[in-house]
Structures are given as C-alpha cells and as structure tokens.
Design a protein around this ligand. Sequence first.
Ligand code: PHE
Length: 339
Amino acid sequence: MIDKIKERIAEAEAFDAQTKEEIEAFRIKYLGKKGLLNVYFAEFKNVPNDQKKAFGQIINKLKNTAEEKVNTLKEELDSKADVKGIYGDLSRPGEPIAIGARHPISLVKNQIIDIFSRIGFNVSEGPEIEDDWHNFTALNLPEYHPARDMQDTFFIQTDPDILLRTHTSSVQVRYMENNTPPIRTISPGRVFRNEAISSRSHCFFHQVEGLYVDKDVSFADLKQTLQYFTTEMFGKSKIRLRPSYFPFTEPSAEVDVYWGLETEIDHRITKGTGWLEIMGCGMVDPHVLENCGIDSKVYSGFAFGMGIDRIAMLLHQIGDIRLLSENDVRFLEQFKSSL
Ligand code: PHE
C-alpha cells in the first residue's frame, strides 16, 4: 500500500497543467471528497498498529504534495494571464491613428510658395507688430500722406509709432535693407486692418507679397511672372492688368484673371463678368529702393501682393471668411484629403 502511495506522490510531483480545468480535475482526483486522499484515509483503520505512523506520514506527504502542486500551478497560470493583460490580444486590429488636416490657408500658402520657389524666389518673414517706418514711411507713405487712409490701421495707443502691419510689404522693406540685389523673395504672413467683420472681410487676413529687384527688371518681366503664376495656380493663363495706384509702385496695376462663366458659381464670384481680381502689383518706386539703401539708378524691380483668404475661399468654395478663423473642427476636418 505504501508503495502505491509513493507512486501517487511521484505522479503528483510530475503533473503539469495548462488550463484551469486541468488543475481542477487534478485537485478533485487527489483532494476531492471522493479523491485518492480520502480513499487512503479510509484505509487507515485497517492498517496494523505498528505501521500506522509510517502510513500516516506518507498520506500527509501525498496531501502536501497535491496541495502544493495545485497552488503553484494556479500561480503560474495567473502570472501568464498578467502578461497577456499588459499586451492585450496581439492579433487584434490596431487602433486607427487620427490624422490632422492642414488649414486651408496653409494649403494655399504652401501652393503659392511652391510655385514661386520653382522660379528662384525664397521665403522671407517679418514681425506682425511693426513700426511706422517699415509699414508706411519707407514705402513712400510719409506722415499725413492721404494714401494712409486706404489702410485702416490698428495703432498701439500708447505709442503711435508702433502698429499692427497692414500688409507684408513691410517685410520687403526689411529684406531690402538687409540684402543686396539680385533679390527674389516672397513674404507670406498675417496682416491687420480695422474693418468691420462680415462674411466677406475680417480685421485680419493673410497675404503673400513678392519682390524682384535686379538690373534691367521690366514691366514685361512682371507680366510674364504673373502669367506663369496664374497658369500654375489656377490653370488659367488669360490675365489682364488694369492701371491702379499704390504709393510704393509706379506704374501700378490691378491683376484680373479670366475665370470663365461656365457655372453658376463662376457667375457669382466674378459678378457676372468672368474676370476675377486677384492682386495688386507694379514697378517698385525708385524712392522706395533708395529708402532701403538700393541704388535706383542701377537697379529696378517689381512687386506684387495678394490675399490668401480670398483665394482659399475661391478654390475650396468657402462661403464665409469667418470660418477660416473659428477653428471649428467640423470645418477643418474637411481638408484632410488635400495636400
Ligand atoms: N501692399 C499692397 C496691399 O496690401 C499690395 C501690393 C503689393 C501692391 C505690392 C502692389 C505691389 O494692398
């Protein structure tokens, strides 16, 4: 009998299990109500007295061995479950990564930068809070010049010399002061004007202005550059230049691109004419070159400036300029598929 129990002990020691069910079956087999341990206990009374001690010891050993086995197997299984808990089910499909969208202003700005960089223009930036010299005086708009009224300026109350720039022409002044021709630069940025906010206009908006200064730069160069730009940007090469006035350019012109009158939207955005005004331009006034330390007898140049917001509204069919600054994610998410 004792040998039989010893065999059982060896069996119990060798036992291994992978599942809870296997462990439970083992427990029932050894330690359950009708389990081996109870069966051997029942034999106890039939064992001769002189063997009772040895028999009792061996049964105890079986009991301890079986109990220990059940406990260690359970612990092992639990710790395996923990590892699984950290990493989860590795075969599950991954969590989708939320992709952001570029702002339509940035999309259009990047497109414009890309087009001009292909013909040798670099990008320059300057401060949004400017001084009078860079925003006005250097650009041929001395104090009390009536053309200052064209741009409803936000002044910093405590210092009339400091203002929010009304155009990024101020960046061009800074660029000319710090660089020598040949100059080919575009200046994108936010500008501010004290205008009533409506669906068509805002007190801040975005511009890209361009400047080209070198020997023998002519109006024909300007026109050709603009033609290249409109073809690349809009796929439309028919443009016209209407005489206009800017204090810092002479002669000056307003650029219209022929948009066409094919759809109802074309009619609406061109007010029934087919022509769309997109920017101002002109030959840099020699005074401006001199103000910025460039010899106007040697060098000439052209400049142009356009509003990004209106172009973005046009290209993406946005009906209200205020949407561009409200940061409503329902609006912004629509541009995910754009470049
Ligand atoms: N600075 C002008 C504006 O803000 C645009 C412009 C730039 C016009 C350069 C001519 C030349 O309206």
